[in-house]
Write a protein that binds this ligand. Structure first.
Ligand code: S3P
Length: 178
């Protein structure tokens, strides 16, 4: 089976869903944000603050390139990974990309409690969420499948993803033996 790559805006459930998937499949979960923090040796908020977003994106692309080559992994990609065409191409080489979505209100609710997302540390986060979602809409469309998570649990989202993966596997087998 191909790798499973989870993309989507902040607060759409990527971390929770990728953890469920990795544990069900007994696959390794690669979190691009964690890889960046390990590589640089400081939290993402400090990378943005001290080195800037451009440097962050550069390291993000390096981590994507390395994670995309792995086999039997669930990749939890940060919300901005899709902006770079090359990132998407690399991830699609060995993986199926699922984009998680949620409404702006749900995203606000889910992200409100944690201060580790530098892009949402603004006076009016809901406005910023809508603005960024609008700007990124076209990029998120590059995913192979979209799963709306506003009204479902991480377990239910994982069920949907695994069903799609299994269907595409049996379709492939069918084509081979046809
Ligand atoms: C970002 C999303 C974050 C993290 C960084 C930038 C973005 O990841 O990579 O703060 O540009 O949307 P999560 O989506 O996992 O919060």
């Amino acid at each position: 089976m191909k790798n499973i790559v989870i993309v989507g805006f902040m607060g759409t459930g990527k971390t929770a869903v990728s953890k469920v998937l990795a544990s069900r499949l007994k696959w390794q979960r690669l979190c691009i944000d964690d890889m960046i923090e390990w590589k640089v040796g400081k939290p993402i908020s400090r990378i943005f603050e001290e080195d800037g977003e451009v440097r962050f994106r550069k390291i993000e692309s390096q981590m994507v390139a390395s994670a995309a080559k792995d086999k039997n992994v669930v990749v939890d990609a940060g919300g901005g990974v899709v902006i770079d065409e090359q990132n998407i191409r690399r991830l699609k080489d060995h993986g199926t990309i699922f984009c998680l979505t949620a409404t702006p209100d749900v995203i606000l609710e889910r992200t409100r409690a944690c201060g580790h997302r530098p892009l949402l540390q603004v006076e009016d986060p809901l406005h910023e969420i809508k603005e960024l979602l609008g700007r990124r809409k076209e990029y998120y469309k590059r995913a192979d499948h979209v799963i709306e998570t506003s009204d479902i649990t991480p377990d239910e989202a994982a069920d949907e993803i695994l069903k799609i993966m299994q269907e595409s596997e049996s379709e492939k087998r069918h084509l081979i033996f046809a």
